[in-house]
Design a protein around this ligand. Sequence first.
Ligand code: PXP
Length: 235
Amino acid sequence: MRLAVNIDHIATIREARKAREPEPVAAALIAELAGAQGITVHLRGDRRHIKDRDVEILRQVVATKLNIEMAATAEMTSIARRIRPDQVTLVPEQPHEVTTQGGLDVTANRGAVVEAVRQLRDGGIKVSIFIDPDEAQVAASRESGADAIEINTGAYADAPPGERDAPLAAVRRAADAAAAAGLEVLAGHGLTYVNIHPVASMRVIEELNIGHSIISRASLVGLDRAVREMVELLK
Ligand code: PXP
């Protein structure tokens, strides 16, 4: 299973001081050297952490796979068509949320999603949609023309340890339904060194997007070690 490291928090530290460091581009290169097979950033409408300049430079230096998370808006699809990341992940976005709250409701936002998928795929960019583990959302994603889905593992990660079976089974069902529909299956949100194992055991999932836990560990033991330790857990 591939690991994509979300480096938004490196930019969050930089923006805490509106300074030049730490440099997200350096973090991306260290993560790749430590075995990450993808780099993910979220270009938010308010640019609270990752900036346009970051995605421009990351596009030039990331040698594995650059995945940009973004809202399904005309502004964002036009930026993506200029930058040309390997993949865009469509996510819901609320201005004051601390982190992405739940998956994108593809059914309720069908028009905007279909248009964004069309624009991005016309621009030669692979499209993934971040959805909750719900088979109706899998079907709607498939119908939108997307190449992949990223299943939101947040409900599993947030459940008390004794109550994780049901949300885990929902992730498995959605993953199987997506694979059967011909979609590439990715997953992420809230995954940690402690809760990763059951998700990493699902062979149908090809890639995990992990941010907070890796960058948190990196702040104590270094990014190279933090990425290497997560890569080991995904084997
Ligand atoms: N996937 C998506 C779509 C996200 O928005 C995020 C958080 O930025 C992640 C994965 C990673 O979540 P975490 O930081 O909890 O590992």
